[in-house]
Design a protein around this ligand. Structure first.
Ligand code: NAP
Ligand code: MG
Length: 507
């Protein structure tokens, strides 16, 4: 048996079948080079970006533009068009035309080819996209290079495969058809990746899109529009419009939009839910979080420390599913705090374009102020603050990796989403208490469980009201896994087979 399986040759009816060729699986997870310094020195960003509507780059009707800056230097990178209601209407009409003229009629197999092509061009432009993402948003280059960009490509790749297999996506061969025009609004923490999460399933299922990136990080979505142009998608199938909250509000309330997909804050999510109420629009909301990362005394502690660090300091803590509440079993609290105090001193904070940087720039001045305000509230309310003594750059928006001990459940830092590199540590004595504390939040997006006991993982994770539960790891993403929340973290799932359902109507 062993020899026949290892020889890669199957015997059929005494005849020898042709060898099974092992097709290399594309590896989206590693990238064997970092941008050389000269690559960023000579990196040119177009000084002005228009709106991508109907396959053309058009000036905003208002003639207004806003600046996007590099949060690590506070320098202007480019100016970007501000779409008003009339521009939103033009984008939606361009999408409608594209739906009727091309996309609705296109055989699914052909549609899939376009989506594959987007994936491939993202891979080809990976280096440039990673640099652009880090410059516009402040995240460390090693994260945009190894996480954001490869995962964005992987999302298009994964959903391209579904385009001609939708008849097999749902139990009982239930038939489904596209909804039509999707209005998609995304946040600033994973700009390119969130664009991929929205566009890839929508396109693969036969919908057309109007997407609005966040005001502080529009550049990779605009670069993606150029990639979509290069992939030769029929004009109007994807429209990218830039602007602030008002632009997003005009998009989600446009009467011709049949499906709204929003990722962002719970506050804005609620406003969008109200705007969509009674309209018959389909809606999915991916909102905020305050995830519990639960460490039991029997966990491999050094591994757990790395998981805690990754859970809260990855992307400066600008992560909806960040492990921002550490629940640690009382017996190992002091050990964990001692190790964590040492570990955060080793995190390198600074230039996002330095490939050794662990913690980059806070995305905006406003976000930095919010983090400072909540950290001040923690100190005022009596929690104990520990911060890395690292030197922070003189310019740009930076915040030292921090954590709080002596945190009471009533403290704001234990309840509110800080969305920064700040962890709140609480203790528990029994698994029941851990579950109760973990679920004691208005959010329900994610959680982590660290233990040596497999049975404990199952028992605890089944009782957690969280859309994603990681066991002995944290912040791992894959296009095949559904992602989404309970309670005020929103509803609907993105990713995997579940993510198709949001863009299809049963017939
Ligand atoms: P945000 O203020 O809610 O903004 C998100 C997007 O909505 C931006 O493009 C924003 O435009 C736009 N917007 C603002 N007001 C709007 C309105 N009234 N109608 C329609 N669109 C509107 O959130 P953020 O500060 O960018 O992002 C951080 C939040 O996103 C955090 O709470 C985080 O937890 C959440 N998040 C959730 C997930 C998830 O999957 N659950 C993933 C990532 C982030 P402007 O930027 O121009 O204001
Ligand atoms: Mg910016």
């Amino acid at each position: 048996m062993a020899s026949s399986s290892s020889s890669n040759v199957k015997k059929m009816n005494g005849r020898q079948a042709s060898p099974v060729v092992q097709t290399p699986v594309p590896d989206f997870t590693t990238w064997d080079y970092a941008p050389a310094p000269e690559a960023t020195d000579h990196f040119k960003i177009a000084p002005r970006w228009e709106l991508f509507i109907g396959g053309k780059w058009v000036a905003p009707k208002s003639g207004l533009y806003f600046d996007t800056i590099n949060p690590a230097t506070e320098q202007k990178l480019a100016e970007v068009a501000e779409a008003n209601e009339a521009d939103v209407d033009a984008a939606v009409r361009a999408a409608e035309k594209a739906y009727e003229k091309y996309w609705r009629k296109m055989p699914p197999k052909e549609r899939g080819k376009y989506v594959y092509r987007i994936s491939r061009i993202i891979q080809e432009r990976a280096r440039e996209l990673a640099v652009l993402e880090s410059m516009d948003g402040g995240k460390p280059i090693k994260e945009s290079r190894d996480v954001d960009v490869p995962l964005a490509a992987a999302h298009f790749f994964y959903y391209a495969g579904w385009a001609d297999k939708l008849d097999y996506a749902f139990p009982g061969g239930r038939k489904a058809q596209p909804i039509g025009i999707c209005g998609q609004v995304i946040p600033w923490n994973f700009p390119l990746l969130m664009a991929a999460w929205k566009l890839a399933p929508a396109l693969a299922t036969g919908n057309v899109c109007v997407l609005k990136p966040a005001e502080t990080t529009p550049l990779t979505a605009l670069r993606l529009a150029q990639i979509i142009e290069e992939a030769d998608l029929p004009p109007g199938v994807v429209n990218i419009i830039t602007g602030a909250g008002k632009t997003g509000a005009a998009l989600v309330s446009h009467p011709k939009v049949g499906k709204v997909a929003f990722t962002g804050s719970t506050e804005v999510g609620k406003r969008i839910q109200k705007a969509c109420a009674g309209t018959g629009k389909r809606l999915t909301l991916e909102l905020g979080g305050k995830a519990a990362n639960i460490v039991f005394a029997d966990a491999p502690i050094d591994q757990a420390i790395e998981g805690i660090v990754n859970g809260i300091y990855f992307n400066q803590g600008h992560v909806c599913c960040a492990g921002s509440r550490l629940l640690v079993e009382e017996a190992v609290h002091d050990l964990v705090v001692r190790k964590l105090t040492h570990r955060i001193r080793t995190l390198r904070v600074g230039d996002p374009l330095d490939k050794n940087t662990d913690v980059g720039a806070i995305n905006s001045k406003e976000q930095l102020q919010k983090i400072r305000m909540l950290v001040d509230s923690g100190v005022e309310e009596g929690a104990t603050l520990t911060q890395s003594p690292c030197a922070l750059p003189g310019r740009g928006f930076f915040f030292a990796p921090s954590f709080f001990t002596n945190v009471a459940q009533s403290h704001r830092i234990a309840n509110e989403e800080i969305f920064g590199p700040v962890l709140a540590i609480q203790t528990f004595r029994t698994p029941d208490e851990a579950v109760e504390k973990a679920n004691n939040t208005m959010y329900g997006l994610s959680a982590g469980v660290w233990t040596d006991k497999g049975s404990k993982i199952f028992k605890v994770s089944q009782r957690l009201r969280a859309g994603v539960v990681w066991a002995n790891t944290y912040n791992k993403f894959d296009p095949t896994s559904p992602f989404g929340g309970y309670k005020e973290s929103g509803f609907g799932r993105e990713g995997g087979r579940h993510g198709l359902g949001a863009y299809l109507e049963a017939v």
